[in-house]
Design a protein around this ligand. Structure first.
Ligand SMILES: Nc1ncnc2c1ncn2[C@@H]1O[C@H](COP(=O)(O)OP(=O)(O)O)[C@@H](O)[C@H]1O
Ligand SMILES: [Mg+2]
Length: 260
């Protein structure tokens, strides 16, 4: 079992889209997958469960804040065959009101995931767009790897990446985590434009071979799938979005090993 966080302190870079569609692609390839939604906005909760996040009674907020809540009581089986620990905005106060010196602020998720069924191959964590805070600290303490989704079209894509990598390094040291960067995943790529090409060059120069070979192209079907709470491969298996996430999931498995 490998635990992989998708993290970037920026919003709108494709974290949730990547978690949701990578989880589905892994599941379609025969892997057993669980998604932990750590972003209280609950976007991956909505897409995967196809239910309003507030309909979920037991969330990651309960899991992290209450020692008597076990993992099993929070796991939801979703229509796409991926298991999910859902969240909603109620998780914010539950986690942020934990006392500052509470071990749950750091190790809550790690401890609870240690109860996870060993038959899971991958646990993917959708992180909130933050650089610090109890949720991100929990994600870093619990994960084996992190993937940095980067928006391939934004000239500001690399701004602040140093800080994020440094913040992860600091939290890793403080928490005794063995988390490491698995790679940068470039999303919303449009290499037909000059700006797109320049951003891609800058990202390759910065990350070198840590950039995944697979890039996720800009694709309107992805947007349509998100709007309809569907995975892109369930909406249109021939779309570039589906093909890209399938290719990416294979590259991820190759980088990590099968997860067993
Ligand atoms: N490859 C893509 N092509 C087109 N739109 C995309 C693509 N990836 C993400 N989007 C859209 O970009 C927006 C932000 O994506 P999202 O995954 O929610 O980012 P984050 O979780 O980092 O905030 C959403 O509206 C989503 O539908
Ligand atoms: Mg998101």
């Amino acid at each position: 079992m490998k635990i992989v966080a998708f993290a970037n302190y920026k919003g709108g870079v494709g974290k949730t889209t990547s978690v949701v569609n990578t989880s589905r692609a892994l599941q379609q390839n025969g892997h057993k997958v669980m998604v932990v939604d750590l972003d209280p906005q609950g976007n991956s909760t909505l897409t995967l469960s196809r239910r309003n996040p507030f309909e979920h009674e037991m969330t990651v907020g309960n899991l992290l804040s209450d020692k008597d809540v076990n993992l099993e009581s929070c796991v939801v089986n979703t229509p796409v065959g991926v298991d999910l620990v859902p969240t909603n905005l109620n998780s914010y106060p539950l986690v942020s009101l934990l006392p500052p010196n509470s071990a749950k602020r750091i190790y809550g998720l790690k401890n609870k995931l240690s109860e996870a069924d060993a038959s899971y191959d991958f646990i993917l964590i959708d992180c909130p767009p933050q650089i610090e805070g109890a949720l991100i600290t929990n994600a870093i303490a619990a994960s084996d790897y992190y993937i940095l989704p980067i928006e391939g079209e934004s000239v500001y894509a690399l701004q602040g990446v140093d800080h994020l990598v440094q913040a992860v390094d600091l939290i890793r040291e403080d928490t005794g985590s063995s988390i490491r960067l698995l790679g940068a995943l470039v999303t919303m790529v449009d290499t037909r434009t000059n700006a797109g090409r320049l951003v891609m060059e800058a990202i390759n120069k910065y990350f070198g071979d840590m950039v995944f070979d697979t890039v996720i192209r800009r694709n309107t079907t992805i947007n349509k799938a998100n709007l309809n709470n569907r995975c892109v491969c369930d909406l249109d298996p021939k779309s570039s979005g589906c093909l890209d996430y399938q290719a990416f999931s294979k590259e991820l498995v190759a980088r990590i090993g099968s997860g067993k």
